[in-house]
Design a binder for this molecule. Sequence first.
Ligand code: PAF
Length: 283
Amino acid sequence: MSEQSRPRALTEPAQLRAWTDEARAAGRRIGLVPTMGNLHAGHLSLVAAARERADAVLVSIFVNPTQFGDGGDFDRYPRTVDADLAALADRADAVWLPSVEAMYPFGPGAATTVHVPGLTDVLEGAHRPGHFDGVASVVTRLFNQSRAEVAVFGEKDYQQLQVIRRMVADLSAPVEIVAAPTVREPDGLAMSSRNGFLDTEQRDRAGLIHRVLSAMAGAARAGTPLPAVEAEAMAALSSAGFESDYAVLRRADLSEPAGAGEAEVALVAARLGQTRLIDNLRI
Ligand code: PAF
């Protein structure tokens, strides 16, 4: 791929400002795809969705320290900027690569935080305290910096998508949120940067998560009582060597359904060795 087709790499706030000024002056609609890099086909599908809705496509790559816990995940998150820029050639117009200082001028620990109550207390929020505050805060900054009119997020991170939608509604943020479907490997495993941490044997087993989700959706549709469906899913994961945080059925807004007919999404979070995988399936 030729060097010319690579997106413009913007590393300073002033460069991003100039790029957004230029796009806006030309009447171009800015579409943002926020990422933490280590791009795979799932990310590229988000970029394609942005391209369909915007004239100037900006991808941000920022490994956000405020959304990681203490487990060392931040340090071991893969940084692959060169490969990412190559993958975005002919797909994105610009890539925003801020430093931690550009994102958090007074330091990540002292930064103003956006908290979305309620929705962030359950599921991922319960297992990763503070995670969604970090996500909502950095995404707010990215919206403000990019002045995007549309932003695309993956359904793979279902709860994140709900948190961002709620935040945008609560704060009247002038940005349209678009959800893009999960991209899967042939065995159903949702594409994720974390899949790269799985060894060959774990990778072979990881497709079970999608099969479990499909079984949960099928059982809910058939009217099986929800506690039985959830218990069976946990047992199936456990007997295959997964350590599960949850395997649950919820309404689309993540509230608890009263009965099988009200379940709209199945969600699983499970660990294989050191690697924590999450996935979901709409019913
Ligand atoms: O989904 C992600 O990759 C991150 O949570 C996001 C939205 C880029 C914020 O850092």
